[in-house]
Each structure stands twice: as C-alpha cells, then as structure tokens.
Write a protein that binds this ligand. Structure first.
Ligand SMILES: Cc1cc2nc3c(=O)[nH]c(=O)nc-3n(C[C@H](O)[C@H](O)[C@H](O)COP(=O)(O)OP(=O)(O)OC[C@H]3O[C@@H](n4cnc5c(N)ncnc54)[C@H](O)[C@@H]3O)c2cc1C
Length: 434
C-alpha cells in the first residue's frame, strides 16, 4: 500500500525534492496559500486584531493564529500560561480557510505503509495517538461548547486504483491486530449499506467534521477569555542567545518569551529544516445544498485508497464537499489557481461516477497549497539549534488532527515532560527507509 497523498508523480518526475517549505517566510501572503472561495471563507466575518503598541514579555509567544495556533493558544491558556499570539493577517484565513476539515484519525499513510517504515508496534501506537487526538478534539469542542458545525462521523476508505479488495482486507487485518475500530465491507455489503459501487471499503467510526474557520475562531475566543492576547503583527527575527527568546516584530517592537511556538502553517522560517517535507497543491469544490435523499448514508467521510486521490464529505447545510487531484509538480500559486476551472471539472466528473444521483455542480471552487511529509506524519517539537523554540506543523490530510496533537505535545514539552514517543514527530527525523 502507498501513502495516499504523497505524490501524484514519481519522485524522479517531481519538480521538487523533499526538503522544506517553498514559501518565503517574510513575504508570503495568505492569498498565495489558497485561491478561490470555500464555503467557510464565504460566510466568515473579516476580523483583525489590534496592533501591538509596545515591547512586552510573556510565558509563551505563539506565531500564527490558524487552527494550529488557535489550538495551541487555547491549550496553553488552559494550563495557566500567559500567552501572546500573533498573526500578520486575518486569523484562520490562511490554509485553515481552504481545509475541507475532515477530522480523521486514519492517516495518509496506511497502517501497512507505516508498519513498513517503522515496524508494527510504533505504527500502531501512532494510529492510536491519532484516534485519541480526534476524540480529544471532539471532547474539547463539546466541553467549551464551541459553535463550529462539529459532527461525529464514520468514514469509508474506498478501494480505488491499484488498491483493491485484497489490499484493503490486508490493511483491515493489520488494523484489527492493532485493535483499531472498523470493519471490512465487501462489494455487496458496501453497495447494500451505502450505495457505492467499489470493490470494497473499510468502514470506521471515530472521525468527525466541522467548519474549520469557525472552529479556529471559537478556540481563539476561548483563549482570549482566559487572558491570551492576540495581536495583528508579524514576527521577523528570533534571538535565542539569552535565557528567553527575543522575537523582533515588523513594527520594531520586541516580545521576550520564555518559549516560542511556531504555528505558521506551510510557511516555515528558514531556520526550520526538514528533509521529509514538501509542498503540493490540492483542489476542492462544494456543491449547492442537495435534497435530503441525495446524500449518502450518514454523511460518512469518504476517501480513496489511491494516489490519484479523492476525498468527500457532506456539510450540515447538505452540500457535498469533494476534493483531490493533488499534484506536487504544481506549486506556484498562479499556476495552481489558473487550474481551478479544469480541476473542478475533473472533480465533478469523479463525483458523478462516485455518486450519480448528486446534483453535481460547483457552487464554490477553491485551491490550496498542501504541505506533506514522506511518512504522512506532522513535524512537532524542538527546532534544532534554537532552544525554547518549538514547531507545531500539522501536515498532511490529517492536518487538523495533528494540530490538536501538536497542541498537547507542545503543552507537555513546555511543562518539562519528555516521552520517547515525542521523537516520532521530531522535525529533524530522517526520511523513512523505503
Ligand atoms: C484543499 C485542502 C484541503 C484540506 N483538507 C483537510 C482535511 O480534510 N482535514 C484536515 O485535517 N486537514 C486538511 N487540510 C490541511 C489543513 O487545512 C492544514 O493542516 C491546516 O489548516 C494548517 O493550519 P495552520 O494553522 O497550521 O496554518 P494556517 O491556517 O496557514 O495558519 C498559519 C498562520 O500563520 C500566519 N503567519 C505566518 N507567518 C507569520 C509570521 N512571521 N508572523 C505572524 N503570523 C504569521 C499566517 O498569516 C497564517 O494565518 C487541507 C488543506 C487544504 C489546502
């Protein structure tokens, strides 16, 4: 089995090689990270925070206020830290606004693939952490009563391309051995229960969906109620020579923080290096609201076991959101956005094949840069050579699940915890042996 989203081209064909963000950390704007309009972006208020008036100190400075920065800020305030969070543009209007926000515990790399990389025990542990992360995120949303169209969902991992029933059965057997939830549906059962005409699927409980922008804003609002301060400001320089980190802002002010958390999404400062990271592009559409009977059973999250990737969900206002067509040879924002009409046509054609009774029109079309790692796992933890700076980069199709995981790991690390499994997400981990 292969990591679903890793490439749309062979490594030799790909323009990029693994090795870091393509986006300049000082100049990249949110509009370069995404094009078009997602349903969440269309209805979100355009709020900015006040600018900073003087230099100051805090326990933790969080740079970036998308879903990752919001989760980190919320968690750190709940632990009692005095937190300042910065965003140089509108919080949530970066990659978070482009997310299809399928909150899944199943990772872009199948358990089989991850076992090939790291052995069964470690791979199974990582899957369990991901399962716990989605459950933790659901509990947090429920405890804080966050208004974000959150819904518990089942998922269907459909046979597609080279991954047929046999390969899915093997993956399911491995998941059973790891005591992960889910059942294998063969073709007749899948057709009977869900109406999809594929060779088979793995049906799993424990995932969710939400409006990512509302979720991000609501988390930040909770943190602000607890005392966090959010500024409209750009971090430019990081001085780690002293016993705290001095972060110089574009305004010239300096924030002295005991710890800094980088939550800058797919735009990483150039001192953050990872050999296993690269940028691709993804495209998505949302249909107009469908009639009740036009949606598949339970609005399960759909994703394909294929590198020619397709993923789909429904929304609480009965739209189908469907995306994919990932391409790692197209990374320039202009090229990516020019392709939106053609990619939308292809995605709609796939929707007609997958679910012929849908009203297959695109009311919203959008695109986004998409950061991914060779093993489908996030980059979380200390930035080598930069004491007290921690990275929180929740890459891959599980970006938001991993953002939650990052918030907990970072909280633990700042509190002095050290667990061997933290290393599994280290930003300087080597490429997995293939
Ligand atoms: C098309 C598409 C579909 C996706 N679907 C899913 C999905 O179904 N499920 C899922 O879990 N994930 C999905 N993802 C991934 C997910 O959207 C991302 O992992 C997530 O949104 C990243 O959030 P972030 O907060 O890390 O980054 P961002 O939302 O980009 O936030 C980073 C913020 O940092 C700010 N910033 C950057 N540099 C500085 C600086 N120097 N100073 C101050 N501020 C700065 C930016 O302005 C920005 O607001 C998808 C992504 C795309 C593009």
């Amino acid at each position: 089995m292969t990591c679903n989203r890793v490439v749309n081209s062979t490594l030799a064909e790909a323009i990029q090689i693994w090795g870091g963000s393509l986006f300049d950390s000082d100049s990249t704007q949110q509009s370069e990270l995404r094009g078009g309009t997602s349903p969440w972006l269309a209805k979100s208020p355009r709020h900015r925070h006040p600018s900073i008036q003087e230099s100051c100190r805090c326990d933790v400075l969080v740079v970036g206020a998308g879903i990752t920065g919001s989760l980190v800020t919320e968690h750190l305030t709940s632990l009692g830290y005095q937190v300042i969070t910065l965003d140089r543009e509108r919080p949530g209007f970066g990659s978070t606004a482009a997310s299809t926000s399928m909150l899944q515990w199943e990772i872009d790399c199948s358990l089989g693939e991850l076992t090939g990389f790291y052995g069964f025990e470690r791979a199974a542990n990582i899957y369990h952490r991901s399962l716990q992360a989605v459950a933790g995120l659901g509990s947090l949303i429920s405890d804080l009563r966050l208004d974000c169209a959150y819904r518990n969902r089942n998922s269907l991992y459909l046979a597609a391309g080279d991954i047929g029933g046999l390969e899915l059965r093997q993956e399911h057997a491995l998941r059973e051995r790891a005591q992960l939830p889910g059942i294998y549906l063969d073709h007749p059962s899948l057709l009977r229960e869900f109406g999809f005409t594929r060779e088979g699927a793995i049906f799993s409980p424990g995932s969710a969906d939400a409006d990512p922008l509302q979720l991000s804003r609501a988390l930040l609002a909770s943190a602000v109620e607890r005392g966090a301060t959010v500024y409209d400001a750009q971090a430019l320089g990081y001085d780690v020579a002293g016993s705290s980190v001095g972060v110089t802002l574009e305004s010239g002010h300096v924030i002295e923080a005991r710890h800094v958390v980088l939550a800058t999404g797919y735009v990483m400062p150039n001192f953050v290096k990872s050999d296993i990271y690269k940028t691709a592009s993804s495209w998505a559409i949302a249909t107009p609201p469908q009639n009740e009977g036009q949606l598949w059973r339970d609005g399960a999250l759909i994703w394909e076991a294929s590198t020619d990737y397709l993923y789909a969900r429904t929304t609480s206002d009965l739209r189908i959101v469907i995306g994919g067509e990932d391409d790692d040879t197209i990374v320039e924002p202009e090229d990516r956005d020019r392709l939106m009409p053609a990619k939308a046509e292809r995605i709609l054609a796939k929707l007609k094949q997958l679910w012929p009774i849908a009203n297959a029109q695109a009311e919203f079309i959008w695109s986004g840069a998409f950061g991914q790692t060779e093993d489908g796992l996030p980059l979380i933890g200390p930035v080598p050579g930069h004491p007290r700076i921690l990275a929180a980069y929740g890459y891959g199709g599980n970006g938001i699940t991993f953002s939650y995981l990052a918030s907990r790991l970072v909280g633990g690390m700042i509190g002095g915890q050290s667990e061997p499994w933290f290393e599994e997400f280290a930003i300087d981990r080597p490429a997995p042996a293939i």
